[in-house]
Design a protein around this ligand. Structure first.
Ligand code: HEC
Length: 115
């Protein structure tokens, strides 16, 4: 039973990812409405608080001494997607704990820290 549920959840997730790749504007069912760019920034805000703020700080000002200041980061969204997904040095990879739309959402969300 548990396994069946898990399989179903995985299939739904996969369909959601496909949907996003296909048109860039649909969102998996059960999530808040995404913004105009097709990204769920409320979800990104929650993910940031849970998975990033302990090192990068709530407002991008680093808590961990070795973490870069996200307020002055000038990486492109694509570069951020790569580092969030695959990690680098002490920055942990998140591709196994976040789906691609969420990773992309975070890469755009952290833009709000830069001036
Ligand atoms: C365990 C601490 C830690 C966590 C958790 C963490 N990071 Fe990082 N992050 C780092 C460190 C350290 C680096 C620098 C990596 C390097 O260049 O060697 C980094 C680099 C980055 C960079 C590149 C910035 C630049 O301009 O160089 C981005 C973007 C980033 N992290 C975003 C995130 C996001 C989004 C999350 C949450 C999903 C996150 N990080 C979670 C420690 C962390």
């Amino acid at each position: 039973m548990g396994l069946r549920l898990q399989t179903k959840a995985t299939a739904l997730l996969f369909l959601g990812v496909l949907g996003l790749m296909a048109c860039g504007s649909s969102s998996p069912e059960g999530h808040e409405m995404p913004d105009a760019a097709g990204l769920d920034l409320a979800n990104a805000s929650r993910n940031y608080a849970m998975k990033c703020a302990m090192c990068h700080g709530e407002d991008g000002k680093p808590v961990l001494a070795t973490a870069p200041d996200l307020r002055t980061s000038n990486m492109t969204v694509e570069e951020r997607v790569a580092i969030i997904a695959y990690g680098k040095g002490t920055m942990p990879p998140h591709r196994n704990t976040l789906d691609m739309p969420s990773i992309r959402g975070l890469a755009v969300y952290i833009d709000k820290f830069t001036d």
